[in-house]
Design a protein around this ligand. Sequence first.
Ligand SMILES: Nc1ncnc2c1ncn2[C@@H]1O[C@H](COP(=O)(O)OP(=O)(O)OP(=O)(O)O)[C@@H](O)[C@H]1O
Ligand code: SF4
Ligand SMILES: [Mg+2]
Length: 326
Amino acid sequence: MSENALLQVQDLRKLFLVDKKPFSRQATYLKAVDGVSFSMPQEEVLGLVGESGSGKSTVAYTVIGMYKPTSGKILFQGVDISTGASGRPLSIKKDLQIVFQDPGSSLNPRRSIRQIIERPLVVHRMIRGGNTRDAVAELLEMVELPPDYMQKYPPYVGGGERQLVSIARAMASKPKFLILDEPTSALDVSVQGKIINTLIRLRREMKLSYLFITHDLSLMRNVADRVAIMYLGKICEIAGTVEFFQQPLHPYTQMLLSSIPVISDQEEGLKPKHIAPRGEIPSPVNLPSGCSFHTRCPYVEERCRQEDPAMKELRPGHFVRCHLAC
Ligand SMILES: Nc1ncnc2c1ncn2[C@@H]1O[C@H](COP(=O)(O)OP(=O)(O)OP(=O)(O)O)[C@@H](O)[C@H]1O
Ligand code: SF4
Ligand SMILES: [Mg+2]
C-alpha cells in the first residue's frame, strides 16, 4: 500500500446476516463486500461504478463508519478507522464526510437549512464565539445558494437545491475527503449538471478527494482520475480514466462500456466490440463458484467456474481480476 495515501482500504469484507434458524448454528450471510482493496492519494477522484446491488454503498457506509467491517482494514491518513464511527477521533470525522443519494431523506425536514448547516460548524468547532449566521451564508454562497435560503426548510426547496444544502453541510467542517454516493441519481436530469459542476469546482478550489459512487459510467469520463468497477462485492478492474476508457480489459467492463452512449464517431471507434448484456446479476447470498462473473461472461472457460481469479496488475496502475485478460 502507498505510504502517502489519504485513504487505504485493504481486503474489506462486509457480510450481512440474512437468515438464522432458531436453536441452530446454521446462518445465511449475504456477502455485500467481498475483499475490496484500493488506495487513494490526496486530491484524487476515484469513480466507483457498478450495477445495483454490487456493494458500492456498503463500501461507502463502511468507510464513513456507519457499518463496522466484518474483516479488513481501513486507514485514513495512516490512522486505523476500521472500528466504525464510535471509535473514531473527531478530527477524522471532520476530514471525512459523505453526501448521500437522496437529499430528501438525509436532511431533517423539521430543521431549517440554517440549523442543518450550523450543526457541523458547532460540533467541529469551526466557529469561535456566538453567531454562526455569516459562516452559514458563506457555505450557502459556496454552493451558489442565496443567504435567505437559511430560513427555509428542506421540504420547501427543490431536489437539486436540497442536494446543494447537503453539499454545503458536508463542506462545513472543511473536509479533505468526500464520499459521494450517487449524488445526482435521485434528481431531475435538469439539475444534475449543476450539482456535478458544483462538485467539480469545489474539488478544484478546496483541493478535495472524492470517492465518487455512481452507476453512470459515462459521467466518470469527465469527473474521475481513476475508475474502479464493482461486481458482486469485488472490484474487477481499476485503472486511470483515459486508459480505462481506451483499453478496458475485463469482460464485464467491456460489456458495460459497449452499451454506453458516445458523442462522436471517434469515440464510437474506441469502444470495445459490442458484448450484449447476458443474464441477471446473481444473488450475493448464493455467489457463483470461481469467477463470480462466469454466469454472464461470453469468454467463460472451465477454469473460470472453479478458480476465483486474483487481481493482477497487467499494465502500470491497471489492475484486472480475470484469468484470460492480458
Ligand atoms: N443492511 C443490510 N442488510 C442486509 N443486506 C444488505 C444491507 N445493506 C445492503 N444489503 C445488500 O447488500 C448488497 C449490496 O448493497 P449495496 O446497497 O451496497 O449496493 P449498491 O451497489 O450501492 O446498489 P445501488 O446501486 O442499488 O445503490 C445488496 O444485495 C443489498 O441488498
Ligand atoms: S475469469 Fe473467466 S469468467 Fe471471469 S471474467 Fe475472466 S474470462 Fe470471464
Ligand atoms: Mg447504493
